[in-house]
Design a binder for this molecule. Sequence first.
Ligand code: SAM
Length: 223
Amino acid sequence: MSSNAGSFSFDRKDLSRFLFDLYDYEPRFLRKLISARPYVCPFEDIVRHIPRNARVLDVGCGNGALIAILLASGRIREGIGCDVHEGALASARKAAARTGPGQKVSFRQIHGFEELPDDRFDVVTMVDVLHHVPETDRAQAIAEAVKRVGPDGIFLFKDMVEKPYWRRLAHNIDDLIFSGEWVKQVKTADVEAQVGNAGFELIESLCIPRIFYGNTLRIFRRL
Ligand SMILES: C[S@@+](CC[C@H](N)C(=O)[O-])C[C@H]1O[C@@H](n2cnc3c(N)ncnc32)[C@H](O)[C@@H]1O
């Protein structure tokens, strides 16, 4: 699969097609799920906060869709994805190998957030991960992620909304079906307070509704 950085389209339909074609080695149902993601997850809003040529750490990268999009759009010079799930990482490696025109990319299995690479990045992303983490471990997950943000760097946090009730319910039902968990929504205000206390300013705060779902996107910059 070749990258076409100059003309990469963030139109949802085009992104969906890009992911469907890229993950052609996955079973059809999973391919369909991956390619449906741009209709729920606001990739275009995420990507525009990632400076060109950035070195990115994606915490809880799953099958690497975000890194694949960043590579194909020519956005990053280096990417590291970490996840607990080795099967997802194997898929991410395959997708990145077919996407990147030579950027440095790697994927690592971690068993706890303290195992994230001991390094500093221009951008650390955490997209739809925290609601899967037990409530008692969430503060540690955030602390370990923000520790990896370099000077003037960005911490990009995306999760699902707590309100209104029906959007939260849609998200709960989705997670129950696809991951077998009845998740406890993340308290975004707690994340804002913790990241602020760690020396970051909140530079953008967005609530992005998609179909029945609601996304919260928070962009923090290290002061
Ligand atoms: C809904 S998926 C999101 C994947 C990816 N960020 C995306 O947006 O496509 C949640 C991911 O979080 C990962 N995850 C859950 N708990 C984790 C932990 N403690 N450490 C690292 N990854 C974790 C899961 O394995 C899964 O890949």
